[in-house]
Design a protein around this ligand. Structure first.
Ligand SMILES: [Zn+2]
Length: 471
């Protein structure tokens, strides 16, 4: 398993930066072309491999217009085709869910799953419809990246021990040398991202080389509930990643204040431009509305949150061989629908990081991750199974007469879902509610309890007044 590491350029000559930025801009056109032709359901050649695309372009001369070296556009084609494949794969996840919701007939399901897997959605009207809905026409607006093949770059240390990374430029045999702020040479395929006068060198290292991957996992089965005050609460009542809430709140407050100030400055600049004072408008845009500091600060905040969440997951895996969690990959609201609402954007992004951390850490440390259907786990009492009332961080169960800590109650419910015979991962929300109600109704209508195991008998003895079989 691989993890991404980032090295940064240090005091890079502006001329070199401009040359790299120009190369990235031209490669952005390569990306757009790939998406335009192969990135949608109607794409002329969907189903092609990146090698086939390269051969076609070489044959018909598509590549000449871009004005970049051969290796550069070829790597970009490969990268863009991989993005398209990832895009298609995530659309398929949504469609598999839609198929499960649509039919209970195993034969029909199987037929549609098979057609979907083989990319033969045209023959199934339902699949074709779903493909159009979920595989929207893709576009690439990436114009600040250069992908460099592993054998196309090299690193040397100068007399003072500083590393210089040499990558191909726009001219043959003229490498661009980038001074790095790290002492560890990036290896493998590199992704250079040009941002605010600085080059980010993204590269991957083998996760088994990381020290945290050597830590063994625990031995128990633990349920976790994700939260925003704490990253995770486990079914033992443990809280992990307790600084998350403070980090998110302070960032959200800061962003709101900053956006307010920037809007004000922007309106001053616009008014100045309307009055013909273009020099003033330009000054404000350059000096007060720049993006370099803003973007770096955002990156620092993201790094802090990621560390907090990953540390939380490590704490859970310290004691767990199996982690049971909500399926966090489900139903992300798109970037567009979130609009400018800072809190919701941060929350959606945090959820993605938690999902990534759970998968990543489990895989590296050898614990199993079990994803369960979390419908109503925060609204149900884990002891009696009835729906209760959540207020803030408390959960009130009137029949039990008990107040639970809401997130611990949810974590225990999630743990119990792993062994639930009736509620599967994709069981629809309303069906889950029905199942939960049927279970508690059985008590209310005094039907005989099938199971007479000692556990249940014991529970009845503890609560004689509430037992349907007492008296
Ligand atoms: Zn209860």
């Amino acid at each position: 398993m691989k993890v991404t590491r980032i090295a940064y350029s240090e005091r890079l000559n502006p001329g070199k930066y401009a040359a790299l930025a120009e190369q990235a801009r031209r490669l952005g056109r390569v990306r757009s072309e790939v998406w335009q032709r192969y990135g949608s359901i109607a794409g002329v050649g969907s189903g092609l491999t990146d090698r086939q695309v390269r051969d076609r372009w070489l044959a018909d001369g598509t590549h000449i217009q871009f004005g970049v070296l051969a290796n550069a556009w070829k790597e970009t084609v490969r990268d863009a085709m991989a993005d398209i494949a990832a895009n298609l794969a995530s659309a398929k996840v949504e469609i598999r869910r839609a198929i499960t919701r649509r039919t209970n007939d195993p034969v029909g399901r199987k037929r549609m799953f098979t057609a979907l897997k083989a990319n033969q959605w045209a023959s199934e009207p339902f699949l074709a419809l779903q493909m159009r809905k979920h595989w929207k026409r893709g576009k690439s607006r990436t114009h600040d990246q250069i992908v460099v093949r592993a054998d196309q770059h090299n690193t040397v240390a100068d007399a003072r021990g500083r590393l210089w990374l040499a990558v191909p430029g726009l001219q043959r045999r003229k490498m661009v040398r980038i001074p790095l702020s790290t002492t560890v040479a990036p290896t493998g395929t590199l992704r250079l991202i040009l941002r605010g006068g600085r080059v980010e060198v993204h590269h991957q290292i083998d996760a088994s080389r990381m020290r945290s991957s050597q830590r063994p996992c625990g031995q128990r089965t633990v349920g976790v509930d994700k939260g925003y005050t704490e990253a995770l609460t486990d079914s033992d009542g443990g809280h992990h990643g307790s600084r998350l809430g403070a980090l998110l709140t302070s960032e959200s407050d800061r962003l709101k204040e900053r956006n307010r100030r920037r809007a004000k400055l922007r309106s001053i600049a616009n008014n100045a431009a309307l009055r013909g004072n273009h020099a003033k408008a330009h000054r404000i845009m350059v000096n007060n509305l720049g993006t370099v500091k803003r973007d770096r600060r955002a990156a620092r905040h993201r790094a802090l949150v990621r560390t907090e969440i990953f540390t939380a997951v490590h704490r859970v895996v310290d004691k767990a061989a199996t982690v049971v969690a909500e399926d966090l990959t489900k139903s992300f609201a798109g970037r567009k629908t979130l609009g400018r609402n800072v809190n919701r954007r941060l929350a959606a992004w945090t959820k993605g990081v938690t999902a990534e951390a759970l998968t990543n850490v489990s895989e590296r440390r050898g614990s199993a991750l079990v994803r369960v259907n979390a419908a109503y786990t925060s609204q149900t009492c884990h002891r009696c199974g009835r729906l209760g009332r959540r207020s803030g961080d408390r959960f009130h169960c009137t029949p039990c007469g008990v107040v639970w800590q809401a997130d611990v109650n949810a974590a225990i419910n999630i743990l119990q879902r792993a062994g639930d015979p009736d509620i599967a991962l994709h069981t629809p929300y309303r069906v889950v509610k029905q199942i939960l109600q049927d279970r508690t109704d059985r008590h209310r209508t005094r039907l005989p309890v099938q199971d007479s195991s000692p556990a249940i008998a014991g529970r009845r003895a503890n609560h004689p007044n509430r037992s349907p079989m007492s008296n």
